[in-house]
Design a protein around this ligand. Sequence first.
Ligand code: PHB
Length: 387
Amino acid sequence: MKALKFLTAAAVAVAGFAGAAQSETIKVGLILPMTGPFASTGRAVESAAKLYMQQHGNKVGGHTIELVVQDDTGAADTTRRIAQEMVVRGGVKVLGGFGLTPLAMAAAPVAEQAKVPMVVMAAATSVITTKSQYIARTSFTLPQAAVGIAEWAPKNGIKSVVTMVSDYAPGIDAEKSFTEVFTRNGGKVVEQLRVPLANPDFSPFMQRVKDSGAGALFIFVPSGVGSAVMKEFQNRGLAEAGMKLIGTGDVVDDDILNQMGPAALGTVTSHHYSAAHDSAENKTFVSGYKALTGNRPNFMAVGGYDGMRLIYAAIEKAGGKVDGDSLIAAMKGMSWTSPRGPVSIDPETRDIVQNIYIRRVEKQDGELHNVEFDVIKDVKDPGKAKK
Ligand code: PHB
């Protein structure tokens, strides 16, 4: 009787091993700034990831997906500690989120050592995906976003510019790539200003921009900070002085754009996502997100939504295998139609390839929107193409 029991158990184990992979609960761990100055990014990514799961269920490839979200408060040491805990003790199979570049950089060695895929859904400095073979990205890169406006501006009467960026890695990426492309296209950068990331006071910087006599201000600030920029642009009377405002789309975040008021009207930016993007996929995304949160999705939200989609699709494609090597291999070359338009994961760099749209802030149906009027298709990260 004992022997029979043993045999039966062994037979079950062998059958399970040899046949289809066993059904597991796969934990996806999102690490995000849910409190602190960049909490809006954490909220957007988390809400959109939840929306994706609400729309697609929690079963994929025979497995059950469980989402775990933890707050790193925007502190890199905390991001790293949470990443370690999640993979060592928490049984997390895929890491995601990462609201700012220093936070993604802090977690990269954990992904590399533990061989756990890390999906960067928000942070946008070019170099991040080179920090581990296990990193893929569904947000964007600053060089990718900046190239659109840098080409558009000199062809549209903007010949001289002051650049103003937040003084950390993505700001430097934006400043460098904008300046290079703008200058190559005949534009002149008369001054380059870098504003502290923490508690920025834009007012003295705006005065310098006004005094410069340049035709436009090119700006990059991270998601959530645009309202403060617009306020100072208005207070210092820059628009009245004839100064145009251009930038990457981070400054005209869709979730706060409508509250920025008339100062934002006419701002031309290049970016990968607008809530006003005209497609069936985007309409479903925007209405679902509004129903869930009461707000419009911004570009951080689309990064979270597509991040979950990439994870789901990889689990499906890996045929039930859930180890890091199988999942990251499955992510490479994946393509789909995002609410932002067609996207793919570059198989060499694991970075996202996507359209970059030129947009102008306009009033439509009584609300301010980033209205797309031109597109550069299938843009790879230029920050890496050169290396
Ligand atoms: C970043 O820290 O990488 C970052 C954050 C917010 C943005 C863009 C880049 O809007």
